[in-house]
Design a protein around this ligand. Structure first.
Ligand code: HEM
Length: 349
C-alpha cells in the first residue's frame, strides 16, 4: 500500500529539501537586536487585527441606526466581546507605533538606499494604508467623536483643489454624511484596506527575501564569529518571542484599560472639542496652524517628499559632500512631529 506521505507527494510535488533551502535564508547578526527586527512587529499585529476584526464583524452592523447599538452589544453583552474589541483597539495603536518605529529604524540606518528604493515606497504605501485603517476604524463606532471626526476628515479631504469634492463624495457616499456612509467606511476598513495590505506585505517581504536585509558592521562585533545565522529556526524563535511578549502586553492593556464607549453621535450638536486619534494629532495641529488649502497642499507635498526620499537622498549624496544629511533631516522631522503632537495633546482647542 502507498504511504500517506508518498500519496501526498504525488499530488503536491514539492521537494522538502527545496522548502528547507527556501526557509534557510542567512540572516545578519544585527537582527538579533530587537530594533533591527521591528518590521516583524507590525506583521504580527496585522494578523492580530485580522483575527479580532473578523470576530467583531460577526456582530457589527454598519448603519447609523444600528452601529452604536451593535458596538454597545459587543462591549457589554457578547461573550469576551469587550476583550476582543479592546485588543483590536490597542492592536491598532501598537501597530501604528510599530510601523513608525520600523520606518525610523530604516530611515536612520539608511536601509532604504540602493537597491531598496522600491521597497521604501511600498513601505510608504503600507504606512498610508495603516493610517487609513486607523481613521476608518475610529469612524465605525458612531460615537460623537467618531461621527464628527469623520465629518471633519471628509471636509479636509474636500478642500484639496480639483479632486477634493470628488474624494469627499466617494468617502461619504454622497454630498454629506448619510445612511450609506458607514457601510462604505466599513467596506474600506474591513475588506479593501486589509486586502491591499496583504498584497503589499507579500511584495515587501518577497523583496526583502530577494535582496536580503542591509548588512551592518558593528565595532563591538566579534570578527572571528560567523556574521550570519539561519532564518529557521533561530530568527523564527526571535519573532515568536516578540509575538508572545506582544500578546501579553495587548492582553494586559485590554484588561487594565479596556476600550470605552462615548455618547452616541448626534448630527445636530457639534461637540466643543473635536480631536482625532493621537496618530493624526500632528496633521491636525498643522491644519490649525495654516490656512485650509495651503495646509492640505503642504501635507501632500511632505508626504510626496517622504515617498521619493531615497531618490532625493541619492541626489544629495552624489552632488554634495554631506553624505549623511538625511540624519539631520530625520532628527528635525522627528522633533517637529513630536512637538506638534505634544502641542495638540496638551491644548483643549
Ligand atoms: C505593515 C507595515 C510593515 C511591515 C509588516 C513591514 C515588514 C518588514 C520586515 C519584516 C522587514 C525585515 C527587517 C526588519 O524586521 O526590519 C522589513 C524591512 C524593510 N522595511 Fe518594512 N514593513 C512595514 C512598513 C514599512 C514602512 C512604513 C517602510 C518605510 C517607508 C518600510 C521599509 C522597509 C525597508 C526599506 C526594509 C529593508 C530594511 C533593510 O534592508 O535593513 N517598511 N519590513
Amino acid at each position: 500500500m502507498i504511504s500517506p506521505i508518498a500519496w501526498l507527494k504525488e499530488r503536491i510535488p514539492v521537494d522538502g529539501d527545496q522548502l528547507a533551502e527556501l526557509s534557510n535564508e542567512p540572516v545578519p547578526n544585527h537582527l538579533k537586536r530587537w530594533w533591527f527586527a521591528l518590521g516583524g512587529t507590525p506583521a504580527y499585529l496585522f494578523v492580530v487585527q485580522i483575527v479580532t476584526g473578523i470576530l467583531l464583524a460577526f456582530y457589527y452592523e454598519p448603519s447609523p441606526r444600528t452601529a452604536y447599538g451593535s458596538v454597545k452589544y459587543i462591549t457589554d453583552t457578547a461573550a469576551y466581546g469587550w476583550y476582543f474589541r479592546s485588543v483590536h483597539k490597542w492592536g491598532a495603536t501598537l501597530m501604528i507605533a510599530a510601523v513608525i518605529l520600523h520606518q525610523m529604524r530604516v530611515f536612520f540606518t539608511g536601509a532604504y538606499r540602493k537597491p531598496r528604493e522600491i521597497n521604501w515606497m511600498i513601505g510608504m504605501c503600507l504606512l498610508v494604508c495603516t493610517l487609513m485603517a486607523g481613521f476608518t476604524g475610529y469612524s465605525l463606532v458612531y460615537e460623537q467623536l467618531s461621527y464628527w471626526g469623520t465629518t471633519v476628515g471628509a471636509n479636509i479631504g474636500g478642500s484639496v483643489p480639483l479632486i477634493g469634492p470628488f474624494m469627499r463624495e466617494m468617502m461619504l457616499g454622497g454630498e454629506a454624511y448619510n445612511e450609506r456612509t458607514l457601510s462604505r467606511l466599513f467596506i474600506v476598513h474591513a475588506a479593501i484596506l486589509p486586502t491591499l495590505m496583504v498584497g503589499l506585505i507579500v511584495v515587501h517581504i518577497a523583496l526583502i527575501r530577494l535582496q536580503g536585509v542591509t548588512e551592518f558592521q558593528f565595532k563591538d562585533e566579534d570578527q572571528t564569529k560567523p556574521r550570519h545565522f539561519p532564518f529557521f529556526p533561530d530568527h523564527l524563535y526571535t519573532e515568536l518571542s516578540i509575538g508572545l511578549v506582544l500578546m501579553i502586553l495587548l492582553s494586559a492593556l485590554a484588561t487594565i484599560l479596556p476600550a470605552t464607549l462615548g455618547p452616541r453621535a448626534d448630527p445636530l450638536s457639534t461637540p466643543e472639542v473635536i480631536k482625532p486619534e493621537w496618530f493624526f494629532y500632528v496633521s491636525f495641529r498643522w491644519l490649525k496652524l495654516f490656512s485650509g488649502t495651503f495646509a492640505v497642499l503642504s501635507t501632500g507635498f511632505i508626504a510626496f517628499t517622504m515617498f521619493i526620499w531615497p531618490f532625493i537622498d541619492g541626489w544629495i549624496r552624489r552632488k554634495s559632500k554631506y553624505q549623511e544629511a538625511s540624519v539631520a533631516v530625520g532628527i528635525v522631522a522627528v522633533l517637529v512631529i513630536i512637538g506638534l503632537t505634544v502641542w495638540e495633546a496638551a491644548v483643549a482647542h
